[in-house]
Design a protein around this ligand. Sequence first.
Ligand code: PLP
Length: 394
Amino acid sequence: MRAKFQPDENGYFGQFGGAYIPELLYPNVKEIEDNYIQIIESQEFQEEYKSLLKDYVGRPTPLYYATRLSEKYGAHIYLKREDLNHTGAHKVNNTVGQILIAKKLGKTQIIAETGAGQHGVATATVCALMGMDCTVFMGEKDIVRQAPNVARMKMLGAKVVPATSGSKTLKDATNEAIRYWIQNPHTFYLIGSVVGPHPHPDMVARLQAIISEEMKWQLKEKTGSENPDTIIACVGGGSNAAGAFYHYLEDEEVELIAVEAAGLGVHSGESAATSQLGEVGIIHGSKTILMQDEYGQIVEPYSISAGLDYPGVGPLHAFLFDTKRAKFMSATDQEAIDAAFELTEIEGIIPALETAHALAVLGKMELKSDQVVVINLSGRGDKDLETYMKHLKD
Ligand SMILES: *Cc1c(COP(=O)(O)O)cnc(C)c1O
């Protein structure tokens, strides 16, 4: 029997998911769908993937007991250190896996979309590693805002194509990538989160599942139990949360908390709190919850953090929200900034702005003194220093 939080054969989690794609893309998507599980589960893939995760990415990432943070909030708080991965975030777990799948399918040309440039850098990195051709679509506005990552991608040999339509940000870059994919069906679209048409959300979740696979044995070693009481992760598209939740989805004793970006406030009109503001619709090839106006036009999201600035969530997360399996919370720009400074001051770890949203909900929870909480520290804050500097108190 299929587990409750696994997609059905058409890629649906409850009513969410599926593959809403133009006819021209069908053979390409079908090729991935027919092969991805078999490839991922093969011994050959597992050996290559695990070996690269170990020696190239630097896994397993530590599960760190944050002593001073725990004292402050009166609970046992562990940080899953995805920030220590090569390229600075969880995104590389997915790009390493997908590039191996692309290789098995005989693909040599890779395309990707990127917002802040983190997924673009992680994709350009594995393309350099495998000697593959790499084209990254990025909003024209983001190209200006994220110049260091554009430079990294170029140095890694990728071609960066500006998306000049709409708001010139992530959703437009995604539209451009899909448009290019339709015209060039021999390319492999290396999607950066648990979004897009089936099987991409499931494929990316399986590749990020390494996070909770490690958490299980690391918690067992440290606490005597594989299960924490609570797992907290931030949600843009949802891939780091999917990875941190994956092996606990069916175990309803483990509380799952997904944290969205509230921007200037959930109801301020400047927010990316999709689950609170969104309704069911179709975006980038799948049926999910997204922010839209009365005519079904996408509402521009806003967050201080470019990685959370997306108007939808992946279909698994829409289902987790709908079934109440995960609790959805949010943090504003200011709360995230404060949480980032707090972690830096008391633990000596500068988190990514995205991750800071997950940290920010600690102060909004009623924690018990024996509660074991794991926060997925999705990435490091080097890329956000310019923003942090504007908030430095002297
Ligand atoms: C991209 C990014 C995110 C948001 O993406 P998800 O798919 O929701 O995980 C979160 N944290 C960091 C550090 C990122 O780079």
